[in-house]
Structures are given as C-alpha cells and as structure tokens.
Design a binder for this molecule. Structure first.
Ligand code: HEM
Length: 442
C-alpha cells in the first residue's frame, strides 16, 4: 500500500551478499550501515523480512514506552525461548504478561531486593574463597562469573532449598539449553534438521528435567511451616488482585526458570566485560583500589554503568508493530519489525563524547544526558531485575577488586552478539592476593 514512508533502505543485494558474515558477526555490518544510511534505516532481515533498525533514543522510547500498546515482542525470541523455558515474564505477551508482571513486580522492588544482600554476599564470599585455590593458575573470568551469578540467582530464589547436586544438574541443563536456543535463533534454516534429527525433542526433554528439579523444590517449600525470606516464598505468597489466588505449580516453574535464564548470563557478561575493561585500563583499576570506601562505591558504580554503555548485555531489543504508526518522520505499516540497537545507541556520537572510549568518570557529570542509555530497556517491559543486577554486580566487583590484584592475559576480546552480548574469547586473568594491611584499611 502506498502512503507509508520508510527510513532510508540499506542495499538489499549487498545485504544478501553479506548474509554469511552477518550471521557470524552482525555488529561490524550494522555499525557500517548506520554510518552509511543514518541512525534509523530499513533493511531486509535475511534478505526477506522488511525491518527497521534504530539507534535513535527518541524512536526507541516511542516504540518501547510512549506508544508501547501498539507494539509487541517479536516471535523471534519469545517463541523459541518460550518453547523451552515456558510461558512467563520474559516470553509471555498481552494480557497474561501484564497479569504476571503486576503479580511479581512488588517482589523486585528496590527495598525487597536489598533484603537479599546477605544471601548474595554469602555466595560472593564463597566464590572469593574458592579463588584462593585458583590463584596459582590463570583462569577464565567469564566462566567464573557465569557460575557465580547462577549461584546468586539460585540462592535468591531458593535460599538453601536446592542442594549442591541439584544445583549442578540444573546449571548444566540450563546452560545446554541456552546453547541450543542460540543455535535455533541464529540458524533458522537448520530448524527442519534439528527437528527430524530429534535434537529439538532431546532439548525439550532436558527442559522437562530442569522443570522436575524446580517442581520438587516448590513441593517441599509448600510443606514448610517457616518459609525462608527469598524470591520463591515471595512468588508463592503473591496473589492475583482479581481472584485472590496464587500461581499454580506450573506457572511458578515457568517464572523460576525464566528468572534463571534472564537473570544470570546478562550479569555475567557485564561483569566479564568490566573485568576486561579494567584489565585494559589499569589506571582506572588503581584509582578504585586506592580510594576510600565512599569514593570506591561511586567508582565501582561508574565502572558498571560505563561497561554496560559499551557492552550492553541486552545489545538489541526487538518489537513488532500491531498497527500502523508514525515514528519520527516515518509512517510505517502494521507488522513492521523493529530492532532497537541499544549498543549503537550507547555509542551514538550525537549523545556521547568519545563514544568508544571507556571513561567511567563521565558518570560523575550531573549534566550528563542519559536519554540515550537503556541497558535495561525502557517502558513497561523494563528489566524487572534491574535493582537485583545492579546490587549484585557492585557487590561482586567490589569483592574481586578488594581482594585481588588482577592481570589481564587475553590481549583482545571480541564481542559475540548472541541473545546476549558475550565475550567471544576467554577473559583470561591471573590473580594475586592483595596486601592484608591494605584490606584492613579499606
Ligand atoms: C546486567 C544485567 C541485566 C541486563 C543488562 C538486563 C537487560 C534486560 C533487558 C534489556 C530487558 C528488556 C527486554 C525487552 O524489552 O525486550 C530485560 C527484561 C527482563 N529481565 Fe533483565 N537484565 C539483567 C539482569 C536481570 C536479572 C538479574 C533478572 C532477574 C533476577 C532479570 C530478569 C528479567 C526479566 C524477567 C525480564 C522480562 C521482563 C518483562 O518483560 O516483564 N534481568 N532485561
């Protein structure tokens, strides 16, 4: 239909020729296309589906926030992810999502999350104690951060209700599932093969295995008279406003599984990038280690914010329009697929000075315009775990930097943009214990 006005369209033939490279590493191609066509452009996804990509904060806020009712999450992630992790906050849409969000949101209120600090700190301390045995040999910071953030979600959800064996099993199952989900998202043309070769079935069975572990924890918890103060108790005790009833076991399992999936790899990525950046910028590392408690807190927070600016774990957020809509100067039809390229927005030179440089101190500037900063998304589907993640990342970085001197051994780590923005290579570090006297002074 005529009457629609699309943003400039990227060369379709060139896009097709670059398809192989795009699957391996979309970031360099997207960045170049932004330079060539501007901050909002039209392209053909996989050469077929017409889509719009933006790094413009105004367009992003329009889609995610101002006119969010006219948009829905696209099926790319929700259907594939939902097939394995169930129907919950991250994957649900429409009325069901809104009902779940209203039910669960109060449990993630900042003050509620602060009550989890002791559980979190215990896991962090255990990890730092394990590092004593690791100090002799270099190790991959990403693997460690992934394990630690998984344990933190497990402990915040279940306290000590899941014993070590179950925890390891669950972690293994979720990690294998996540790897397979990524393959399904990235290689849609192989889906027929995954199906007939039985690989989809095998992974669905694994998802069932993960659900069984969580089901058992829930059954036991329901029987307990004195329930611990953790997220599972909160989920069990929350009731829908209209019916006054709570979630059934299958709904609870969906939400728990989703909190595991949404809540550990994202933080692990940000922490690994932070360690990488501090390893590269030793002056920033030393500034933190030499500062007093208050200044140290601010510096660590700035490092977390700046790391997520450069390497936002949720590097792209997608939506599909449910009706035609006017965005910026463009008039676009129903079913337009939007890719909100958060990483590009965070490096958009119209909003950031030295956009590609790691400058944690920029966050001290009170006049800093933050409208082009959305690591946790925007609008009603803003990350529910924002306060959880910030508290967790600050606790972990603080413990790591207080107890250890870090030397980065991997010269360059590239970005691997999967569902989240992972480090492609190992983030190899060597650690040595810091002077006990220094620790006491801090
Ligand atoms: C650095 C850490 C994290 C980052 C960067 C991050 C980023 C995001 C982003 C960008 C979204 C919005 C996606 C969209 O609009 O399509 C999101 C949603 C979500 N996140 Fe996070 N997240 C982080 C940590 C966590 C944690 C720790 C949890 C839970 C403990 C969590 C749970 C969720 C859930 C459940 C949603 C879906 C919310 C909804 O749609 O109602 N996230 N996250």
């Amino acid at each position: 239909m005529s009457g629609f006005k699309y943003p400039p369209t990227a060369d379709r033939i060139k896009g097709l020729l670059q398809a192989g490279r795009f699957i391996r590493n979309p970031i360099s191609i997207i960045d170049q296309t932004v330079v060539d066509y501007g901050t909002t452009y039209t392209f053909y996804m996989g050469g077929m589906q017409k889509a719009v990509l933006t790094t413009d904060p105004e367009a992003a806020r329009h889609v995610l926030q101002k006119n969010h009712k006219a948009y829905e999450k696209s099926v790319i992630v929700t259907d594939i992810l939902g097939k394995y992790v169930g129907h919950g906050l991250l994957t649900a849409t429409g009325e069901y999502w809104l009902r779940q969000r209203r039910l669960i949101q109060p449990g993630f209120h900042k003050r509620k999350i602060e009550s989890l600090v002791t559980l979190m700190q215990t896991e962090v301390d255990r990890c730092m104690d394990r590092w004593k045995d690791k100090a002799a040999n270099p190790f991959d910071a990403y693997a460690e951060m992934n394990q630690l953030t998984f344990r933190i979600v497990a402990s915040a959800l279940f306290s000590t209700s899941l014993e070590e064996h179950g925890l390891m099993q669950l972690s293994q199952l979720i990690s294998t599932l996540q790897s397979f989900i990524i393959r399904e998202v990235r290689q849609p043309y192989k889906r027929w093969w995954f199906k007939i070769s039985g690989r989809i079935r095998k992974h669905l069975d694994m998802a069932e295995g993960a659900r069984d572990i969580i089901r058992e924890v829930i059954r036991e918890r329901r029987k307990e008279a004195n329930k611990p103060d953790d997220l599972l108790t909160m989920l069990l005790e929350s009731v829908y406003e209209d019916t006054g009833e709570g979630m059934d076991d299958e709904q609870l399992i969906d939400e728990c599984l989703i909190l595991f999936v949404a809540g550990h790899e994202t933080s692990a990525n940000a922490l690994s990038w932070a360690i990488y950046l501090l390893g590269k910028h030793r002056d920033e590392l030393e500034k933190i280690q030499q500062s007093g408690p208050e200044e140290k807190k601010t510096r660590i927070r700035n490092v977390v914010l700046e790391t997520m600016r450069l390497y936002p774990p949720g590097w792209v957020v997608d939506r599909i329009s449910l009706q035609e809509d006017q965005v910026l100067d463009y008039h676009l039809p129903k079913d337009t697929l939007w890719m909100i390229y958060i990483r590009g927005m965070h490096r958009n030179p119209a909003y950031w000075k030295s956009p590609d440089q790691f400058v944690p101190d920029r966050w001290n500037d009170e006049s800093l315009d933050r409208k082009a900063y959305m690591p946790f998304g925007a609008g009603p589907r803003l990350c529910i775990g924002e306060h959880f993640a910030m508290m967790e990342m600050e606790l972990i970085l603080s413990a790591v930097l207080t107890r250890w001197d870090i030397e980065l051994l991997t010269a360059v780590v590239h970005e691997q943009p999967l569902v989240t923005l992972r480090p492609e290579e190992e983030v190899l570090i060597a650690i040595s214990a810091r002077d006990v006297q220094t620790l006491n002074d801090e």
